[in-house]
Design a protein around this ligand. Sequence first.
Ligand SMILES: [Zn+2]
Ligand SMILES: [Zn+2]
Length: 333
Amino acid sequence: MNPHDALTEIATLLERERSSRYKSKAFRAAADAIEGLSDAELHDSGTLRRRKGIGDSSFAVIQEALGGAVPAYLADLRERAGVQRASTLRGLLRGDLHSHSDWSDGLTSIDLMVDAARALGHEYLALTDHSPRLRVANGLSPERLRAQLEIVAGMSGSGFTLLSGIEVDILDGGALDQEPELLDELDVVVASAHSKLRMERGPMTRRLVAAASSSHVDVLGHVTGRLVEGSRGTRPPSTFDPRPVFEACAANGVAVEINSRPERQDPPDELIELALEIGCLFSIDSDAHAPGQLSLLDYGAERAERLGVPAERIVTTWPLERLRQWTQRDRTA
Ligand SMILES: [Zn+2]
Ligand SMILES: [Zn+2]
């Protein structure tokens, strides 16, 4: 087995199961450290072991891979990942409108996110790093976002498009945390609440309705903010009246995000059913913070299929051209 592939697959599987990002980072660093080495250099184990970026675990993986076997650590991870969950709907998804890079709180460069999206067969991926007020996540100032746009513009080609975007914070009063002119320039705007999730029902409803009514917004991200499992602990859903929020989405052509992260599973089933009844569009997104998390779409697709969301109503089943017509639609607000 090719050692570089083994290290990269390990990192990817660690990210998918959302274990410590330091572990995944270490294997990515080891993969970088052996990139381009000749066979002779790889087999010189004394020198290899002392190379920067190679630790005990990655060294063992490289040795086993060079020996022709699937490294035990990788075999374990593959087994834990289990049989890939296959839904018919997953096969219809063409892209993903919510992802992060190391410009905000993602693990890797934009490059590696793009490589992974291409490897999954995506036609498009929107890069949606955080907005300025989310300092804990290194949110992008207008200047940094403008700089990022120049890089994003050069990342498409050969049947893949990296869409520019943002996950913009919905501020307490419902305003969006980025300059309106800059939001206008982006391909995709995902709006999400990350602070004051415990607001009273009335103000929280008004806050989400304001975001869903904004002429800048395309997708309403993880609408309840709940966490149902995982290392960050659990968090109950925000309290708000969902009907007017989803009615505003439907009226404004805003897609309700089905966030695929297993610790979010947001919105809950009954809210997806309500949004369906009200006539909303949906976007099944990974909210990936590492390349290996782009495949979390499997979980979102499985939920949407189980709840009977028709593919036609899911914008991420649409070809790029139709998706662009939608993001450039005439807005009501
Ligand atoms: Zn978010
Ligand atoms: Zn996000």
